[in-house]
Each structure stands twice: as C-alpha cells, then as structure tokens.
Design a protein around this ligand. Structure first.
Ligand code: COA
Length: 367
C-alpha cells in the first residue's frame, strides 16, 4: 500500500503590496469597511513581468528543495489556476519547461478556489494507485489581471500569489488521509469570468461589455460558502474515520474572515484552531490554502504528526476538503539543488526549440 505524503512546500507572492488605503484612491471605499466586512488589510499584486508560471516556479523550487528532489524526479505536475496564462498551452507545461522537469506529465486543473484541494487529491490518488511516485501540485493566480478596478465589490477581495506541495509515495502510513470534492453548476452564474472562452470569444463587444472582468454576486457566494465550509470539514473527517478532537488545525480558503468565523461557529471550534493569513494576502483563490499552510509551517504552528483539514469553496460552484497528517520530508541521501536546474532548464528549452526548427527545415526538404 502506498501513501501520498506532503514532503515539500513553498510559496511566492509578488513584492508589490496594495493596501486598503491604496484602493480607496481607486474606488469609493475605505480601510475600515474592508477590514470589518472582509478582514483583509492588504494584497500582493503581480508586476508586469510576473505571471502564474513565474510565481509557481519560485514556489515549486522551494518545495523541491525541502523535499530534496530534482525537477527530473517528478512524474506529474498539476497546476490549479483560474488565471491561466493562455487557454492553451497549459500553464503546467510552462512550469514543466521552466523547471526542467523532463519526465513529468503536466496539466492544468480548473476548479477555482477549491482547485488546490482537487489537485492534491488527484496527485495523491495517482500515487496511491502506484502509477507515479513524485508529484508537484501547484496553486497559482494573477487574478489581479481580471479584476475590474472600478468595481468596489470585487476589487477589494483578490490578490496574487502561488503555493506548491511536493507529494511523494511512501509505505509509511500518513500524508493525505481522505478527500471530498463537490460541485453545483446551477450556481455557476454567481461568480464568473465570461470573456475569452468559446462561448464569448474576445471581440470589441466583449471588451466593451466588460466580460473580461470577474463578476460576482457576493451575498449569494457568501451564503453558499458559510453553508459548505463546516459540512465539507465534517464529511472529510467521517471519510478518514477521524473525530474533530483528532484534528489540530483547520486550514480554510482565505476569502473572508466572516466566512471562516461562520465555519468555526458551525463546527463549534474556537478561531485559534483556524490558520488565517488573509489580512496580508486577500483572496489568492487556489493559492490561498498552500500559502496559509506554508506560513503556518514556517512559523512552527503546524508540526510533524499534526492532523489537519484543508477546506475550500469557489466558482463553479465547487467545494471540497482534504484531511492530512503532516509528516515533512522523507529521509533522503545527499543534497540536491533544484534552483540550479533552472539555468539548465532555460538552456535546454532554447536548444529544444532550435532543434525543432532545424528538424522542421530538414523535414520540409525531404517532402
Ligand atoms: N466599500 C464600501 N462599501 C461597499 C463596498 C466597499 N468595497 N462594497 C460594497 N459596499 C456597500 C454596498 O454598496 C452596500 O451599500 P448599500 O447598503 O448602501 O447598498 C453595503 O456596502 C453592503 O453591501 P453588501 O454587498 O451587502 O456587503 P457585504 O457585507 O455582504 O460584503 C462582500 C460584500 C463581497 C465582502 C461579501 O459579500 C463577501 O465576502 N462575499 C463572498 C465573496 C467571496 O468570498 N468570493 C470569492 C469566492 S472564492
């Protein structure tokens, strides 16, 4: 029996910070309203040269360093994102190329803010089936590119960032213990980004109508979120045969402090059992859970042996939860330096492109 352990973790957030006061210069809002209604104080915003893949690669290199794995050890890369760089190629393939993960399959997963939970579950299932040994799971977003900076009901919420886990196979029990995934497409209209897909391909009209911006019915999403956070947490514990007392931490999607407080009330748990860092990052969508996890590990809150639940919700509608026992890196010999592979990866990518060009010329001559 193979278990999927979380053996590496890393995060990345753009250095540029936008405070609530900064926002009050763009729209009619103020720091007090945003703090009281959401808990958010600031968010990180990607610069012009920062993309989901660049943030993801920074997070991934940190995760690989902790796991002591080379990019070439990876069998699979799953990138969860709602702000992919292109419709295709997948952002996961850009990450694979930038890392030099030459043996990995790579694909994107779209389940909005629940995506990281879905992605960790998919990676863990692949490991448990015995088909792969090492997976890199990434949640990465630059949703700021799709925010309407004139819409005060959405622009105050979102921030950019990335988080990554390395999952590894081991005979030792632990790691991912159970997961639940849910969806309800009848609520798809509550949180949308319609433009640029095949239903509304980008045209002057779609841009004029603002279809390239995030649109949200905040009150409906709020109601849905408060309902599912507690129920999914309880359900995933039942699946793992665990009781609430077995769990040290709940790591919720970082959307709004009032949603987390409602979940705490629903589960009859004190707020100090919840990991919260949304005040510093806002809602980074699929990246929010891994970013919260990484900070909590680095602060020493999450310790080896701790059992915890990650729980999220988002557009779709989607929601899900994952129970895990935190173990840390597997024993390994020597030290690898994944960051050094980035230079090789860049070189390799250029050489592959040049070879493909030459091959193309030769092939054309043969025809
Ligand atoms: N600054 C100041 N006032 C604002 C404001 C802002 N940024 N945004 C809205 N308001 C106003 C509204 O216009 C309204 O004014 P009115 O009473 O004069 O009409 C009032 O504040 C209350 O608006 P309401 O929408 O009821 O506020 P709220 O307390 O529900 O908070 C959200 C709005 C968006 C923060 C909240 O609904 C929410 O967090 N929803 C979930 C969103 C979410 O998590 N999305 C991501 C899912 S992954």
């Amino acid at each position: 029996m193979q278990y999927a352990h979380i053996t590496g973790w890393g995060m990345s957030a753009p250095e540029s910070v936008m405070t609530n006061d900064d926002l009050s210069k763009l729209v009619e809002t103020n720091d007090q309203w945003i703090r009281e209604r959401t808990g958010i104080q600031q968010r990180h915003i990607a610069g012009p040269d920062q993309f989901p893949s660049t943030l993801a690669v920074e997070a991934a290199v940190k995760a690989l360093t902790i796991a002591n794995l080379r990019p070439t050890d990876l069998d699979l890369i799953i990138c969860s994102t709602s702000s992919p760089e292109y419709i295709f190629p997948a952002t996961a393939c850009l990450i694979q190329d930038q890392l030099g993960a030459t043996k990995a399959g790579a694909f994107d997963l779209s389940a909005a803010c629940s995506g990281f939970i879905y992605a960790v579950n998919m990676g863990a299932q692949a490991i448990r089936s015995g088909s792969i040994k090492n997976a890199l799971i990434i949640g990465t977003e630059t949703l700021s590119r799709f925010v309407d900076w004139k819409d005060r009901s959405t622009c105050i919420l979102f921030g950019d960032g990335a988080g990554a886990f390395v999952l590894q196979a081991s005979d030792e029990p632990g790691g991912v213990l159970s997961a639940v995934m849910h969806s309800d497409g009848s609520g798809g209209n509550l949180l949308t980004l319609e433009g640029g897909g095949s239903h509304h391909p980008a045209t002057e009209t779609t841009v004029h109508d603002g279809k390239h911006y995030i649109k949200m019915d905040g009150n409906e999403v709020f109601r849905f979120a408060t309902r599912v956070m507690a129920s999914a947490t309880q359900e995933v514990l039942d699946c793992a045969g665990l009781k609430m007392d077995d769990i040290r931490w709940i790591v919720p999607h970082q959307a709004n402090i009032r949603i987390i407080q409602a979940a705490a009330r629903g589960l009859k748990l004190p707020m100090d059992r919840f990991i919260v860092n949304l005040q510093n990052y806002g809602n980074t969508s699929t990246a929010s859970i891994p970013i919260a996890m990484v900070e909590a590990i680095e602060k020493g809150q999450i310790q080896p042996g701790d059992k915890l639940v990650m729980v999220g919700f988002g557009a779709g509608l989607t929601w899900g939860a994952l129970a895990a026992q935190w173990t840390g890196p597997l024993p390994s010999k020597g030290h690898v330096h994944p960051e050094q592979y980035r230079t090789f990866a860049r070189l390799r990518s250029l050489v592959r492109r040049a070879l493909r060009f030459i091959e193309g010329l030769l092939y054309r001559r043969e025809l």
